[in-house]
Ligand binder design. Structure first.
Ligand code: SF4
Length: 449
């Protein structure tokens, strides 16, 4: 039984894919270990979205090469870097990568590994598929409260800064039945929350069924208490989806709505397909449907050509929308993207730093005020972890709106839903006290409007 060690970089889709890889290899009599020193095969499931992630992986390959202990190990790369940087990786003889498998090649991994182990020659399979969804694989999962489920893969949007369409190929969705079967399995295993995943999750489409239909079907499964989804694109929010988020009590009242930029010329350069006004109108509509919704976002500062005034436009949207939180990044060109080819990276590092610091400060103030406004309110919190990093006297869980809440541990158990009175807030976290423990949300206790 060859021993395999796997390390995962990047987004939640990669974490999910590593669970798929583990299921496929275990089925083929490979055994997983937690220490790289114990393994003959070292796999890195890579990310290519940011330059930093790519650099980290290359440094890690180098470090792992020193773990040979007198034995040659097979070092393999999986995931986005392999398909996005295929040429440079294939030509890089110094790196000595023994195996490369792209995001759509995992079912062929056992064969590739056998070949690499037998022939001791580099092997690769980097074909992207128009149909692979791994819907017939049951991912290997560590016991947890939340189960991730990829319902669609790939992206057809071609935002000019993004490598995903090149690294992960065209959009494709799983069948409703295959998603529901996976959710049922999760419920049987004790998971109480599912998060539906996709690079562009709300463009989910199978036969005549859209994402709203899928959410409603998933919500019919007993013992799943909460449903989340990530990441959606602002272009795919029909009224039926907004109504589902508002009315279906199992669908969490949180939408991550990537803004990316607040100036029309930059949005156009990014090929985001919406204007600033369309984005603001969508926010208004979401809040009309669901006044209590928590909104979070992604923003890129310093996209090529972004002037001070255009950055102020982004700042203005942030101030008007009042997001609950935001992930803010500095632009860096990614090889192979349209932006990298077409637009010089002309915003200086100092300007990018100044803008990100400014925007983070503004958002922090907004997040703090938003969080403080919850003090005194009662929220249902699903307990996720028994021990916080800072103290083993506390547990942490999340509200429906995805706010992290710290609670005194007491007798609380992971997976328990409790009612909590919020007693304190910082920009990142709420504090609270339990006012009702062990709320039973199984079967028919939900009210659908
Ligand atoms: S929607 Fe845009 S940013 Fe998101 S994965 Fe697709 S191309 Fe990338």
């Amino acid at each position: 039984m060859p021993k395999v060690y796997i390390e995962t970089y990047g987004c939640q889709m990669n974490e999910y894919d590593s669970e798929i890889v583990q299921a496929i290899l275990q089925e083929n009599r490979y055994q997983f270990v937690v220490q790289p020193e114990e393994a003959e095969i070292l796999l890195l499931n890579t990310c290519s979205v940011r330059e930093n992630a790519t650099r980290k992986v290359l440094a890690r390959v180098h470090a792992l090469r020193h773990l040979t202990n007198g034995r040659e190990k097979i070092i393999g790369l999986l995931g986005c870097m392999t398909t996005n940087l295929r040429q440079s990786l294939l030509e890089n003889k110094k790196m000595r990568i023994d195996l490369m498998a792209g995001p759509d090649s995992y079912k062929r991994l056992p064969g590739l590994l056998d070949q690499a182990l037998t022939d001791r020659k580099a092997v690769h399979d980097l074909k992207l598929s128009r149909s692979e969804t791994y819907s017939d694989i049951h991912p290997f999962r560590a016991k947890s409260v939340n189960g991730w489920i990829a319902v669609m893969r790939g992206c057809d949007n071609y935002c000019t800064f993004c490598v995903v369409p090149y690294a992960r190929g065209r959009e494709r969705s799983r069948s409703i039945d295959s998603v529901l079967n996976e959710v049922r399995r999760l419920a049987e295993q004790g998971f109480r929350q599912v998060t539906l995943l996709g690079q562009n999750v709300n463009s989910y489409h199978h036969q005549n069924h859209d994402f709203a239909f899928l959410l409603n079907k998933v919500s019919e499964i007993d013992d799943i208490w909460r449903i989340r989804f990530t990441s959606p694109h602002p272009k795919d929010f029909p009224d039926s989806l907004l109504k589902t988020v508002a009315d279906n009590s199992k669908v969490c009242k949180h939408i991550h709505l990537p803004l990316q930029a607040g100036a029309d010329r930059i949005l156009d350069r990014m090929n985001r397909t919406y204007s600033r006004q369309q984005y603001m109108d969508l926010v208004d509509k979401i809040r009309q449907y669901c006044p209590s919704i928590a909104l979070t976002t992604d923003i890129i500062v310093g996209f090529p050509g972004e002037t001070d005034e255009e950055f102020e436009n982004t700042l203005d949207v942030v101030q008007r929308v009042q997001f609950d939180s935001a992930f803010i990044f500095k632009y860096s060109p990614r090889r192979g993207t349209i932006a990298a080819r077409k637009y010089p990276d002309d915003v200086t590092p100092a300007q990018k730093t100044e803008r990100i610091v400014h925007l983070n400060a503004v958002q922090k103030e907004i997040s703090l005020n938003k969080n403080r406004s919850h003090i005194g309110e009662a929220h249902q919190v699903l307990i996720e972890e028994l021990v916080t990093r800072k103290s083993d006297l506390d547990v942490q869980g999340r509200t429906d709106g995805n706010k992290l809440v710290i609670l005194p541990k007491g007798d609380l158990q992971v997976g328990e839903m409790v009612s909590v009175r919020i007693s304190g807030a910082s920009a990142n976290v709420l504090k609270g006290k339990v006012i009702q423990a062990s709320i039973d949300l199984s079967a028919h206790s939900f009210i659908f409007h």
